[in-house]
Design a protein around this ligand. Structure first.
Ligand SMILES: Cc1cc2nc3c(=O)[nH]c(=O)nc-3n(C[C@H](O)[C@H](O)[C@H](O)COP(=O)(O)OP(=O)(O)OC[C@H]3O[C@@H](n4cnc5c(N)ncnc54)[C@H](O)[C@@H]3O)c2cc1C
Length: 448
């Protein structure tokens, strides 16, 4: 029996192009014998049953915006894409919840929520393309994860297909559930290696009435990180705490909407949100905490200025990429008291490998995008940038952190998990994988 007999003809597309790569940027191209785009959970289950019966690898693909090679079919077989499984099954604005299929884009969920005065807080940077299924599979974060948490925090229920092709439901439109083991949390962040997410119940919150960014600019990282510590110690809860280092500012500062003052070499971006009076109170306290040692503090209030600021922040990654045409931007996370070392060591690693280096990211979560630049025309420079990433992963583990705070292990960080988890921890990890996927056919070669 071939695959064409278990799914309708329109669900099968040519196994080529974008279905074989993601945005990891290492030029890695997978191969596939078939690409299936199912439009129902029953079709997803039929595909998995067929793969399990025929010992064929099965790799899930969402929007393909992953930065760790997670969706690349490195061992061939079948790629299963979720773009046609994209219905909103239910939306109950008065109960702050939404039931969506895996292929709905992150931005569509955010928009729909916003139209009813609600908010789906996870805000990973490629929201127009990434899908809810991919966000769940990576447990994606973003700038506002500091106050609101990562994607898993907003998932109350999952429908998933697990080997050898069974549909399971864990959780649901319920806000609490301690029955059974926490399989929902196991599936969240499992990068398509334990099961295929087909739909999710999402929790929403009322949208804040006001969002007031407060930006501090400093002469160096030492002063900037001191400001972050004062913000944390002040007892107020900002929605976000981001930083951009001197090299990042040198590439993106020209477009900064409020003009970078002389001597500004490190930026701390915070935001107060909530009901108007509360947001104003928190913004005032953030200003107090950021002001000491600052070259300048900018606190835009006009919604158009606020939107400009976030647009500029969203564009920073592209300004960086434009410098040399290539950039490996990783996502380590460390305990908050080790932020200084990350900022400093990132530059030292770049120097050691003789390539430009910089760091920016979600400082409040200790989740920093240390980045190494290279020219794609210079294979040796690219190799050195890759070696720098490996030094960075070592640094993360040495500082008591993790090699990935949000992008996932995928293919890129293969081999890092045993080092981070230790023998017993890694053995448990493999036993969980084996319990879900005894034939090892789901996204082989990943999260290892
Ligand atoms: C410019 C830019 C900015 C970014 N900013 C952020 C950020 O701020 N925070 C952040 O966390 N990430 C960020 N990312 C990374 C990426 O967007 C996220 O990891 C996102 O969650 C990936 O979703 P996707 O649908 O594109 O998944 P894909 O890339 O298609 O897949 C990612 C992984 O999920 C698996 N998968 C996909 N769909 C399913 C499913 N339905 N069931 C089971 N497994 C599945 C795949 O097998 C793969 O392992 C950024 C990426 C870019 C390009």
């Amino acid at each position: 029996m071939d695959l064409a007999s278990v799914v309708p003809p329109e669900a099968l597309v040519e196994p080529q192009g974008r279905y074989l790569a993601d945005l990891m940027g290492r030029g890695v191209q997978g191969s596939a014998d078939a690409v299936v785009l199912p439009s129902s959970v029953d079709e997803v289950a039929a595909v998995m049953r067929w793969c399990y019966e025929n010992d064929v690898p099965l790799t899930a693909r969402g929007g393909g915006t992953g930065l760790a090679g997670g969706a690349i079919p490195v061992e061939g077989g079948v790629v299963i894409g979720f773009e046609r499984l994209n219905r909103i099954r239910q939306f109950d604005p008065l109960l702050w919840r939404m039931h969506v299929e895996a292929g709905v884009t992150t931005a569509d969920v955010q928009r729909l929520a916003r139209e009813s005065g609600l908010r789906f807080p996870p805000d990973p940077g490629a929201a127009e393309i990434s899908q809810i299924g991919g966000n769940i599979a990576c447990n994606a974060g973003g700038p506002h994860a500091f106050k609101y948490g990562v994607t898993g925090h907003w998932v109350t229920g999952l429908e998933a297909v697990v080997p050898p092709g069974e549909v399971v439901h864990v959780g649901g439109p319920i806000r609490k559930d301690v029955a059974g083991y926490d399989v929902r949390s196991l599936l969240v962040g499992s990068e398509g290696t334990l099961g295929l997410v087909t739909a999710a119940w999402l929790r929403l919150v009322p949208a804040p009435e006001l969002e007031l960014p407060v930006v501090g600019l400093y002469r160096d990282a030492e002063a900037g990180i001191g400001a972050i510590e004062r913000v944390l110690g002040s007892g107020v809860v900002p929605a976000t705490i981001e930083y951009l280092d001197a090299v990042t500012l040198s590439f993106s500062g020209e477009a900064y909407p409020f003009g970078l003052p002389d001597g500004a070499s490190f930026m701390v971006m915070t935001e107060a949100d909530g009901a108007a009076a509360e947001a104003r109170r928190v913004a005032g306290e953030l200003r107090d905490a950021l002001e000491e040692d600052a070259v300048a503090v900018h606190a835009p209030e006009d919604p158009a200025d606020v939107a400009d600021l976030w647009r500029w922040r969203g564009g920073a990654a592209f300004a960086i990429l434009a410098q040399r045409g290539g950039a490996f931007s990783e996502d380590i996370a460390v305990p908050l008291d080790r932020l200084r070392e990350v900022a400093r060591e990132t530059l030292a690693i770049g120097e050691r490998h003789d390539i430009p280096a910089l760091s920016f990211g979600h400082a409040g979560d200790g989740n920093i995008h240390s980045t190494f630049l290279f020219s794609p025309d210079d294979p040796d420079e690219e190799r050195r940038a890759d070696a720098a990433c490996h030094d960075l992963f070592e640094l993360a583990i040495r500082l008591g952190g993790t090699v990935t705070g949000e992008h996932g292990i995928g293919w890129l960080k293969r081999g890092q998990l045993p080092r981070q988890l230790g023998d017993a921890g890694y053995d448990l990890h493999l036993r969980i994988k084996n319990a879900f996927d005894p034939k090892g056919l789901l996204n082989p070669g990943k999260k290892r």
